[in-house]
Ligand binder design. Structure first.
Ligand code: HEM
Length: 518
């Protein structure tokens, strides 16, 4: 055989060998990519795309058409506007947040049926790889599924009810007198005094003593809390695709940020809690929630870090909501002066129009309008648009529908609060609508505290705090707009002034009354 032919042959076989190696590589890579995409596709399936039990079919209420994979995320990104759009589809509406199935409840009837009556199977929470697993290190009870939640709930409930409430009322009255004095001294920092009140009360309940003045450890705890709230459902994009947490970690490029946020939270809590824990262990601390949890009286089985989170979560949950509620009450006083003056007239009737005495807890029954005012602020400018998800722990047949395990039911506060069938002239601020004999029960007729077995464990404390501060502030101070502002977009997540107002004392007699009380 001529040598040049041999040469061509070897070149050709080299070429073919190269080409088939390349082809094999491309084929293998394609198979891997397709397998990977298939796996991602599987992981992105919502619970209603998984098979129903043999012979059955899922049946869900109607809802807005969504985009592939993203579902109705864009609607949710519109906040309250989106909530009102969703409500147009009916009393119960199927939506998807990425691969999460959210069935939105737009009526009191359904909220009651599903949260309370079917509470046994709607107590769950869906997986939240970011806000629960990473940001909260799997330890904030409010995000935990039943496993892990139930015991924490028992401990919190036991320590926040019964005779303890009388002691807590003393703290609340005491701290609200400090609040008034602070308003008198620095009226321009009114919002900071509200935050200080809320934090001091929950601090005393949790740790049994007054917080040290001037410490700035709360700053990082507050940042940790904002991180949490800004990533709670439906806000964190990655939590809308919980299946992605099953991908190998190196492919989850977004994890690092949230792992660091989780560590920041842990460290902020640790700095705050450690000196208090040391005092407790050295036998120097008074009776408190933290001491009962740490020394075993509460019979809580968690690790030391679990105990720290349980305790700090209380400080966190109790501080911010109360601060916001008092801010909103002042907003209502500025926007609806005739309602404020009506509340003032009631206070004058009970406590005297000449500053005879400060309102107190003994006046609760005589001041239904103040409690009605509190209920109306939570309706008018609600703190939460959605209740945290109440997730089905088993498949459920309900009113002709068949919901898969893992369906989350959420209450649409915006649509319920502005439904004219429930609230005549809903855009107006009318405390009178709540004068029904249930004024002192803040959760009656409102879903702002959630519901069923997950109902806010601190709502009675919240009611007392709101009552005492509204009544005393309205009795002693006047509030007016400093410059025009839009009362629908107030800055909740700022420790600065949320809206521009001036606060002025009511007069010398009231000043003297505050000075005597503080
Ligand atoms: C205006 C005030 C408040 C509002 C609107 C509010 C609202 C809520 C809501 C909506 C939930 C979840 C309920 C659910 O999943 O159905 C909750 C849970 C919780 N709240 Fe509140 N809350 C307030 C005040 C407080 C206070 C003062 C405390 C402090 C003791 C507190 C402690 C908690 C805790 C610890 C949880 C989690 C309970 C659990 O995991 O079972 N809250 N709150």
């Amino acid at each position: 055989m001529p040598s040049h032919f041999n040469h061509h042959l070897s070149e050709a076989s080299y070429f073919w060998a190269q080409t088939s190696a390349m082809q094999a590589f491309v084929t293998a890579a394609s198979v891997l990519v397709i397998a990977f995409l298939f796996r991602v596709h599987q992981l992105l399936k919502a619970v209603d795309q998984l098979p129903a039990p043999p012979g059955k079919k899922w049946k869900l209420p109607p809802g807005p058409r969504g985009l592939p994979y993203l579902g109705n995320l864009l609607l949710y990104s519109k906040g309250e506007k989106g909530a009102h759009e969703i409500a147009k589809y009916g009393e119960m509406v199927t939506t998807h947040l990425g691969s999460k199935l959210w069935v939105v409840l737009n009526s009191n009837r359904l909220a009651h049926e599903l949260y309370a009556k079917h509470g046994k199977v709607t107590n769950g929470r869906p997986p939240m790889p970011i806000v629960n697993d990473l940001l909260s290190q799997g330890r904030r009870s409010v995000m935990l599924p039943i496993d892990g939640w139930a015991e924490r709930r028992r401990v919190m409930h036991q320590l926040l009810s019964g005779t303890a409430m009388t002691k807590y009322a003393e703290y609340q009255a005491d701290e609200s007198a400090v609040l008034l004095a602070n308003y008198l001294r620095k009226p321009q920092e009114w919002y900071a005094h509200n935050a200080r009140y809320a934090n001091s009360v929950i601090y005393r309940i949790t740790f049994g003593e007054k917080p040290k003045e001037g410490g700035n450890l709360m700053t990082d705890v507050t940042k940790a809390q904002f991180l949490f709230l800004l990533n709670a459902p439906p806000f964190n994009f990655w939590d809308c695709f919980p299946g992605l947490a099953e991908l190998p970690k190196f492919l989850q490029w977004w994890r690092g940020t949230f792992e660091r946020a989780g560590k920041f939270t842990h460290d902020a809590y640790f700095e705050y809690y450690s000196p208090i824990k040391r005092n407790i262990l050295e036998g120097k601390a008074p009776q408190s929630f933290a001491r009962d949890v740490l020394l075993g009286q509460a019979k809580y089985q968690g690790s030391d870090t679990d105990k720290m989170f349980l305790t700090m979560q209380l400080v966190e949950a109790g501080s911010d909501t109360t601060r916001l509620a008092i801010n909103i009450a002042i907003l209502a006083a500025v926007r609806w002066p005739e309602k404020f003056l009506k509340a003032r007239a009631d206070l004058d009737r009970v406590c005297g129009a000449d500053a005879a005495r400060l309102p107190d807890f003994g006046d609760e029954e005589s001041l239904p309008y103040i409690n009605a005012f509190a209920k109306e602020i939570l309706r008018w400018r609600r703190i939460f648009v959605w209740t945290p998800e109440h997730t089905l722990t088993e498949n459920l047949e309900f009113e002709g529908y068949y919901f898969p395990r893992g369906t989350s039911f959420v209450i649409n506060h915006a649509s319920i609060s502005e439904n004219p069938d429930y609230f005549e002239d809903p855009l107006s601020f009318k405390p009178e609508r709540w004068l029904d004999g249930n004024e002192t029960d803040l959760a009656a007729g409102s879903w702002q505290f959630g519901g069923g077995r997950r109902l806010c464990v601190g709502y009675k404390l919240a009611q007392k705090s709101i009552f005492i501060n509204l009544s005393r502030l309205f009795y002693c101070f006047n509030f007016e707009e400093r410059e025009p502002f839009d009362d629908k977009s107030i800055q909740h997540f700022t420790m600065g002034e949320p809206f521009p107002i001036n606060v002025k004392g009511r007069g010398e007699k009231w000043t003297a009354l505050i000075e005597r009380a503080a």
